[in-house]
Design a binder for this molecule. Sequence first.
Ligand SMILES: Nc1ncnc2c1ncn2[C@@H]1O[C@H](COP(=O)(O)OP(=O)(O)OP(=O)(O)O)[C@@H](O)[C@H]1O
Length: 253
Amino acid sequence: MNITAQNIRRSFGAHEILKGVDISSRPGEFVGLIGPNGSGKSTLLKCIYRILKPDAGQIFLDQCDLSRLTVRESARKMGVVAQHNQYNFDFTVKDIVLMGRAPHKKPLDRDNAADYAIVRKSLEKTGMSAFADRSFSTLSGGEQQRVILARALAQQTPCLILDEPTNHLDITHQIQLMKIVKELKLSVIAAIHDLNIAAMFCDRIYGIKGGKIVGEGTPENLLTPEFIREVYGVETEIVHDRHGQMHILFTGL
Ligand SMILES: Nc1ncnc2c1ncn2[C@@H]1O[C@H](COP(=O)(O)OP(=O)(O)OP(=O)(O)O)[C@@H](O)[C@H]1O
């Protein structure tokens, strides 16, 4: 499924945070969004996953204008792994993942064996099976993040929006999460802080600064020392390992 955001504008008070942003992800494409703190990444993703209403612009899932879908309809198409997952009630891990099935059910439908099997598989995939009966609020930040990914997997959507999904995760779980998402071959847009993680997993990356897209391309094409200096003001060297994977070395400010 194509995700297309066109000319998105959004202000908070007098501050225009998004100044006409275009971003897209093609079917099966893993798209990264990089940029400094406060550049508008989360604001853009929140407009896409409907927590915020853009002041102008449109978002399409294939040909379908997202603002014309009900929340339930869009939740069948788009899963979200966001930051700061807090609940007012204390749910078990299993219950949280089961919430991913809700968009697929009619109001009085009960959870059935197929739902429970999907929940079990999603917990297995994220390595969280042993935590199924634990209370979500007692988990560490990284464990919570993996449960939220399991919920998004249980939602079985063709599109996935990830807002700094590797926050809180140790390096093993960062790579594991990105691998899980990559292998799903969904249309993904993910805000990512770690440029090396972005380079390793993204098919295409957008750079955003001051609410404007300042570059777009494959990791190799986009993430040059000049571009990184322009966006972040840091000096870098690019090296390649024996597998041909690029790595960014930070050499100074
Ligand atoms: N609800 C809000 N009210 C006022 N200002 C806001 C609001 N939400 C975000 N902002 C401001 O908009 C700007 C962009 O924030 P946003 O969270 O989109 O940045 P980001 O690129 O995701 O940053 P980070 O890398 O730090 O997560 C920031 O200056 C932030 O303070």
